[in-house]
Design a protein around this ligand. Structure first.
Ligand code: GLC
Length: 607
């Protein structure tokens, strides 16, 4: 059994000893009796629910869509979410927990007192919270080839999420990114299903051995199915594949997630062979719920049902199509009243059966009972202190070390040593926002001091006193033994990160690199990016190259590799193109890459 963090074990022991874990004995309705099997409690509760109670359970507004908190009770809302940029103000762990408890207390005032389940995108740590530990994005975790590390990251993330009251994480993305032009390539563990399958251990970390554990949250396998296989890497685009290929490339990670007991699955915006996934009954009902035996509940993506007919907004036909396709809860950020009215009308018209409504409710309520929400609906504030903790940051630093991929190292330019006079340049050398990337205290992320952490430069300065920094490279001269340029991409998320045109370095970086090249000083490039970039033309000017991906807040993990405190072990999770016009380029497709899938150098001897 994975040794749980000391805090989790003490929480469990305390609960058992103090008996607070001992559920109330049978008094009152069966669904309130925690001694009874979940199945019995669900059936009892269902029998007491009105149609409106049931419709509310299937509705997930964005918290910003709740202009009157009383609406949470009035419309029997069963779930809320904070989207990527939906943070309370001030953005602190305590105000998150207060926000969650406030909504929850309102939900508990309804006649049946069914607690809310609240979802966030904690896709690389509890990244929406200022001060949280931000881990490397999934592409970097894929480079570690370390499922045990992923599980520990899942658990640490769950502790921080639960410390703000939140019980549901829209993560991990188990997408298999086949075209690096896609803006969500960094949310993928890599280009082959085997990586997402092995790194799905992060789900076990998040959900723990039991959802009832105070530090467990429900995970989400997303986005079902084929989001990483769209033509041209277009986000929310069209995946044209024979079913055999779809099953071979994109289905195994979801089977692995279901086998691990993942609590929820989120549907992809993309289409398969011309049909939007949000209306894909065969793949959701027959394959996911039937063949794979998925017993959790299916959530749509944000306004995802609106896309079924290709027109703005949603229609009664789209509501019916999505629910009958097997979607159990709809993420309808602002139009939740219209959604509830529309679904009621579709049930009353016989277009959606009560059996379907009851099945969706059964799935949703089962997770709420398994989470223990009926017994402990409010934030467990003992976990709030884990947010941004030393232990979590140390784990993140280890993840950063293991995620670095050494792609070039000539004339022994690496590792650096503290006697060398080192010149550091580049727009991402001293920029937490750039090294964290998208989904960081805001949906798109942003350059600059977006959240507390250690920049790559600060990590280097901790390793050596002999480090000089000049962002644009001004001041480089022959007195320096080596130059390190930290360059790459500025933050983005989803479609805003699609790169249908060039995939090279921006002019700022090229100008910086030219200064270093003209100086004749040996140069190491550290590439901070969400994907491989088109760098073949510049590579000959570089003596060393490290793919750093999007390391998150613990930039000292990069310095650990640069200075040899850690001998790099990272391996490419994606094939590195020779040029953008090779995209899509994947292992086994017969093309000749710049660096092949799985490539990664080590230092000849440990220093
Ligand atoms: C987004 C993403 C999805 C995320 C959801 C809620 O559009 O596609 O990954 O979980 O909305 O933020």
């Amino acid at each position: 059994m994975r040794v749980r963090s000391k805090l989790t074990l003490s929480l469990l022991a305390g609960a058992l000893l103090l008996g607070s874990h001992t559920p109330a004995l049978a008094s009152g309705p069966a669904y309130r009796n925690a001694w009874l099997p979940v199945r019995v409690r669900v059936n009892d509760l269902l029998s007491r629910m009105t149609l409106d109670d049931k419709l509310g359970q299937m509705t997930q507004p964005e918290r910003l869509g709740i202009t009157d908190p009383a609406d949470v009770a009035k419309y029997r809302i069963g779930s809320l979410l904070s989207g990527g940029s939906s943070q309370p103000s001030p953005n602190t762990p305590v105000s998150w927990a207060d926000m969650y408890d406030g909504f929850q207390k309102t939900a508990l005032t309804t006649p049946l007192g069914i607690p809310l389940i609240y979802g966030v995108d904690a896709v690389h740590g509890h990244n929406g919270v200022y001060g949280a530990t931000v881990f490397p994005h999934n592409i970097g975790l894929g480079a570690t080839r370390d499922p045990d590390l992923a599980e520990r990251i899942g658990h640490a993330t769950a502790e921080e999420v639960a410390g703000t009251g939140i019980d549901w994480n829209f993560s991990p993305c188990l997408c298999v990114a086949r075209n690096d032009r896609w803006g969500r390539t960094y949310e993928s563990f890599g280009e082959v299903p085997e990586l997402a399958v092995s790194m799905s251990s992060i789900i076990t970390g998040m959900q723990g051995r039991s959802l009832k554990s105070p530090s467990s949250v429900v995970a989400t396998a997303k986005h079902f199915i084929g989001d990483g296989g769209t033509t041209g890497g277009k986000d929310q685009g069209e995946t044209t594949l024979p079913e055999s290929e779809l099953r071979k490339i994109h289905l195994p990670p979801f089977k692995a997630a279901v086998d691990r007991g993942v609590g929820t699955v989120m549907i992809s915006y993309s289409s398969w062979n011309g049909v939007k996934m949000h209306g894909q009954s065969y793949l959701i009902n027959n394959v996911l719920k039937g063949e794979l035996g998925f017993k959790g509940f299916v959530i749509s993506d944000y306004n995802g049902i609106d896309q079924i007919d290709g027109q703005k907004g949603f229609t009664p036909a789209e509501v019916t199509a999505s629910i009958n396709a097997g979607i159990d809860m709809v993420m309808v950020p602002f139009e939740f009243k219209k959604f509830i009215d529309t679904l009621r009308g579709e049930v009353q018209a016989g277009h959606v059966t009560m059996a379907r409504i009851d099945d969706a409710n059964r799935r949703i309520l089962t997770k709420k009972f398994e989470l223990g929400l009926f017994e402990k609906p409010l934030t467990d504030r003992r976990l709030t202190s884990t947010i941004g903790s030393k232990d979590h940051r140390a784990l993140a630093r280890q993840a950063v070390r293991e995620s670095q991929v050494l792609l070039k190292n000539e004339h022994g330019v690496l590792p650096l040593n503290k006697h060398e006079k080192v010149f550091v340049a580049g727009k991402s050398a001293n920029d937490i926002g750039n090294q964290a990337g998208g989904w960081t205290v805001g949906w798109q992320g942003t350059s600059g001091p977006v959240t507390p952490g250690t920049t790559i430069l600060q990590g280097m300065q901790q390793a050596s006193k002999n480090v000089t920094f000049s962002k644009d490279g001004t001041g480089i001269d022959k007195s320096y033994d080596v130059a390190v340029a930290v360059v790459g991409e500025t933050p983005y998320a989803e479609g805003k990160g699609d790169r249908p045109q060039g995939m090279g370095l921006d002019q700022t970086d090229l100008d910086t690199l030219k200064k270093l090249k003209d100086s004749g000083v040996p140069t190491v490039v550290v590439l901070v990016s969400g994907r491989p970039l088109d760098i073949a033309a510049q590579l000959p000017d570089w003596d060393g190259l490290v793919a750093s991906w999007l390391p998150g807040t613990e930039g000292d993990g990069v310095a650990d590799v640069l200075f040899g405190a850690y001998n790099p072990t990272g391996k490419l999770p994606v094939t590195w193109m020779k040029s953008a016009d090779q995209q899509p380029i994947n292992v086994g497709d017969g093309q000749t890459p710049l660096f092949p899938f799985g490539y990664g150098l080590r230092y000849r001897k440990h220093f």
